[in-house]
Design a protein around this ligand. Structure first.
Ligand SMILES: Cc1cc2nc3c(=O)[nH]c(=O)nc-3n(C[C@H](O)[C@H](O)[C@H](O)COP(=O)(O)O)c2cc1C
Length: 177
């Protein structure tokens, strides 16, 4: 994949205007709507999980997703090595699960951050608690700023129960701007 180019700087903007524009940009970007997912990944020696909102489907055929993952996070370390991942879709009543995965990943036996998982067909950890999940394999990445955009192909889906998904707007949390 091609690396991103920085947008050209707009010249001669007074400092005060730039600050106001930055504030408006933040307000506007925070109006984007998102879901909240726990993305988990695992290789032979390590497992990681993080709550992510910068995630979307990106193609029907093949079924691709894209997600932006913070550089330096445990999740990033595994995904850049091409570890299989699972997108664990949280139920509307599972805010506390999202909170548990804001913290750095800690694996103990068959749990990550206290939540039990089973190993899927790709080797990715699937959380028992979630209503639905899918497994995906990394097919490319796009280095940009402080996050890397990973593209992955969906290879297996799991429906544990039919439940409405957790939506970012309903939580009062923001990650964006
Ligand atoms: C509301 C909210 C949304 C988040 N969304 C993302 C995201 O889209 N991408 C990301 O890399 N981190 C996101 N994070 C941060 C991760 O949850 C956090 O860095 C990660 O769980 C740290 O664990 P790790 O270092 O073990 O991977 C978000 C945090 C919050 C509070």
């Amino acid at each position: 994949m091609t690396a991103l180019k920085a947008a050209p700087n707009l010249q001669n903007r007074p400092k005060g205007v730039a600050a106001v524009e930055q504030q408006i940009r933040k307000q506007v970007l925070r109006k984007l709507t998102y879901g909240l997912y726990v993305v988990t990944a695992m290789n032979e020696s390590q497992a990681a999980g993080g709550t992510i909102n910068w995630l979307s489907q990106a193609s029907f055929q093949p079924p691709l997703i894209m997600l932006a993952v913070k550089k330096g996070s445990n999740l990033h370390k595994l995904l850049e090595q091409g570890a299989p991942l699972a997108v664990n879709i949280l139920g509307a009543d599972q805010k506390e699960v999202a909170e548990a995965f804001f913290r750095p990943s800690q694996r103990e036996g068959n749990t990550i951050n206290g939540y039990p998982f089973r190993v899927g067909v790709t080797g990715a950890p699937i959380l028992d608690a979630v209503p639905a999940a899918f497994e995906a394999l990394i097919v490319g990445s796009l280095p940009g700023g402080d996050h890397t955009i990973f593209v992955a192909e969906v290879v297996e889906a799991h429906l544990h129960r039919d439940a409405p998904p957790l939506e970012m707007w309903d939580t009062g949390w923001f990650y964006g701007g």
